[in-house]
Design a protein around this ligand. Structure first.
Ligand code: PRX
Length: 653
């Protein structure tokens, strides 16, 4: 019986409908009409200059934009400090007692962190970093669970002009070491562990394995979170709480140039080696503050905003830490999983803190759909007024469910398209002004210009093609750390003069943008970017593997799942156990998020006569489609054999 109303609603769809902003929402919205788009199209650089003035500058810029394609410099000559903009100016304006974060640990412990409290901790940790020898221009690696010390560490870096490189806590020791090496980080900030689904994630063990082999690391700072006993290496490792005791409470913010490096964030591309995406100070903060304010229609005095991402990804950098704090907003920070201790944890959090804005990923929404509408129905979610989505295309069914079951049919849903490289949201509705279409990210934001082009790079006014960006934007990546040529080659060479994002898109008859997913060898699993080549090299790095080809296949919950086709060396037997072993090997090399869902053992891979693996066919096999053109195959019988094996290969959830 309990299932009945749910089924009725699940068969209801908003697909194909256009939804005007609800009157109740629109009447108080920051943007209610097209005027901001008009302003931006009259003078797009001037528009960004106006947005930059929302920040506090020690010194105003003298050159708004220098554009030497593909290298941009925004706000040249300007000086500012990110931690000052996120903290000091709010405290100086009398908002020291305002809550910056309601933090909640997975076991249920909580902390309320005010702007004044955060400023105090940030200054002290900035002094700690200095005492460990960190100077302006250095890099600091951060590998932490979702605890308040994570944003403290990031902001402390910005205070003294060191760049941080946050590595998601789900990455392996190997992945962490590679990132430390690439950035030549001096200090690593970590924790004894974190809580996840009731168990301790042994972060310090991975941090040790990485730091032991990373010659640039001089000190490791360890936050005590789980207290389950870890090894501390004499001279190298220090407890956070020991260092914070007795350190000076004041630390003047460094005056940083607008173009100084703010952080590195590594992301997967089409090669095996992750790229250190570089973001700088003035342009990045300008665009994250602007987009956070207007896309989420922020009213700092009344909103309780929750971006339920992990700070280890760009979404957390821009929309948990920098955007919300620059706007003086109150946020929620939650450490654990949505199903601990029960499947209504998020809805319980929303009810208790009176969350007004929720920002999450389609994978989470589809998981909640699977768990059923009775979970959110246990809680009063009437505080919510706006919902956001990010990370993958949101299918109209998930959009409808989100709108209905979480938003109660009254909250606009903003689907926001962007990337680690873009730094901030690029395509999204402005919720008080844009008529929504479920499943569409709608239009480029004011100040942003996007075009869909065909194979030849010719703009397509209506229809499908490749999504490109046609002019620089303030929060754009400034390059790939240590590799300017790779930057040019990766993003600016496929369509000359345009930034190509790797995504396919379609423009419908009304000019709405529909994101269609990646068109390159990058998979999107639960909103996380993973490169097929990276997983392939992790597999062939195992001594039993002769050859491997990896594809992303459509998955109802996670968007895509990783399917690996593996040929073993002569002496090795294909078996379920061996499949498990290889999965584990990938998790050790990269992290659990990259573990293949299915491993199909095969004696051969489909190749062209010139020896190139035909992934397209493998994708067809993995998704159970009839096969496309096989005439270019060197040996057509290979595919039949693979199809047979794929049908019986064990799959892990
Ligand atoms: O394929 C697009 C997808 O996520 C990619 C960027 O991944 P990452 O750098 O990890 O950043 C994720 C969070 C911003 C994009 O190239 N993507 C992101 N948002 C959307 C999306 N695909 C469709 N719709 C979106 N709203």
């Amino acid at each position: 019986m309990a299932d009945e109303p749910r089924q009725a609603i699940e068969s209801f769809s908003l697909e194909g409908r256009t939804l005007l902003p609800p009157d109740d929402f629109k009447k108080d919205a920051l943007v209610r009409d097209q005027s901001m788009y008009d302003q931006a199209s009259e003078d797009w650089t001037g528009f960004w200059a106006t947005q930059a003035l929302a920040l506090d500058w020690f010194e105003e810029w003298d050159t708004l934009l220098e554009w030497d394609l593909p290298f941009a410099r925004w706000f040249g000559g300007g000086q500012l400090n990110v931690s000052y903009n996120c903290l000091d100016r709010h405290v100086a304006a009398g908002k020291g007692d305002k809550v910056a974060f309601h933090w909640e640990g997975e076991p249920g412990d909580t902390r309320t962190i005010t702007y004044a409290g955060l400023l105090d901790e940030v200054q002290r940790f900035a002094n700690v970093l200095r005492s460990l020898g960190v100077q302006r221009g250095d890099r600091v690696a951060i590998y932490m669970p979702m605890v308040p010390e994570l944003p403290v560490a990031m902001l402390a870096c910005t205070r003294i002009g060191a760049a941080h490189s946050v590595v998601f806590g789900g990455f392996s020791a190997d992945a962490l070491r590679d990132r430390i090496d690439d950035a030549a980080a001096k200090v690593l900030v970590t924790a004894d562990g974190g809580w996840r689904r009731g168990a301790v994630v042994p972060l310090k063990a991975s941090a040790d394995a990485a730091a032991d082999q990373a010659p640039t690391i001089e000190h490791v700072v360890v936050v005590r979170r789980t207290d389950h006993g870890v090894d501390m290496k004499e001279g190298r490792d220090h407890w956070w709480h020991d260092l914070m005791e007795g350190v000076a409470v004041e630390c003047e913010p460094e005056r940083m140039d607008a173009e100084d490096l703010l952080y590195l964030l590594y992301t997967s591309g089409t090669t095996a080696r992750p790229k250190g995406i570089m973001h700088t100070t003035g342009g990045y903060l300008t665009q994250v503050a602007f987009t956070h304010k207007y896309v989420f229609d922020i009213k700092p005095d009344t909103d309780v905003y929750w971006c339920a991402a992990d700070i280890g990804w760009v979404t957390g950098h821009s929309y948990i830490v920098y955007g919300p704090l620059a706007n003086g907003c109150t946020g929620v920070l939650y450490e654990g999983t949505p199903d601990f201790p029960a499947r209504d944890r998020w809805w319980d959090i929303i009810e208790r803190y009176g969350v007004t804005i929720l920002y999450t990923a389609p994978t989470a929404i589809r998981t909640f759909m699977k768990w059923g509408g009775q979970e959110p129905a246990k809680h009063d979610l009437s505080s919510l007024r706006l919902l956001g989505s990010v990370g993958e295309p949101i299918n109209p069914e998930a959009w409808t469910w989100y709108w209905e079951h979480i938003g109660g049919g009254r909250c606009p849903v903003v689907d926001t398209w962007w990337q680690t490289e873009t730094g901030a949201i690029m395509i999204s509705p402005l919720p008080g002004a844009t008529a929504l279409k479920p499943g569409s990210a709608t239009f480029p934001l004011p100040g942003v210009e996007a075009e869909v082009v065909d194979d030849q790079g010719k703009p397509v006014e209506r229809g499908g093609g490749y999504l490109t960006l046609t002019r620089p934007w303030p929060s754009m990546l400034r390059g790939i750390y240590g590799d300017p040529e790779r930057y040019r080659e990766t993003y600016w060479s496929r369509f000359p003069g345009r930034y190509f994002a790797g995504d396919g898109a379609r423009i419908d008859d009304d000019g709405y943008y529909w994101l269609l997913g990646r068109v390159d060898d990058v998979m999107n699993v639960s909103g996380h970017r993973i490169s097929t080549t990276e997983v392939e090299s992790a597999l062939v790095d195992h001594h039993s593997v002769a050859e491997a080809a990896v594809v992303g296949a459509a998955d109802a919950t996670t968007g895509q799942g990783i399917i690996a086709f593996v040929t073993l060396r002569g002496d090795f037997e294909s078996s379920d156990e061996h499949g498990q072993l290889l999965r584990k090997h990938v998790a050790t090399r990269i992290g659990a998020i990259a573990r293949p869902k299915t491993i199909v053992f095969t004696d051969d891979l489909p190749k062209t006569r010139s020896g190139k693996i035909m992934r397209r066919l493998l994708r067809d096999v993995a998704e159970g489609r009839s096969l496309g053109d096989t005439t270019t195959l060197a040996d057509a019988s290979v595919v039949e054999e693979i199809k047979r094996r794929a049908a019986s290969a064990p799959t892990e959830d």
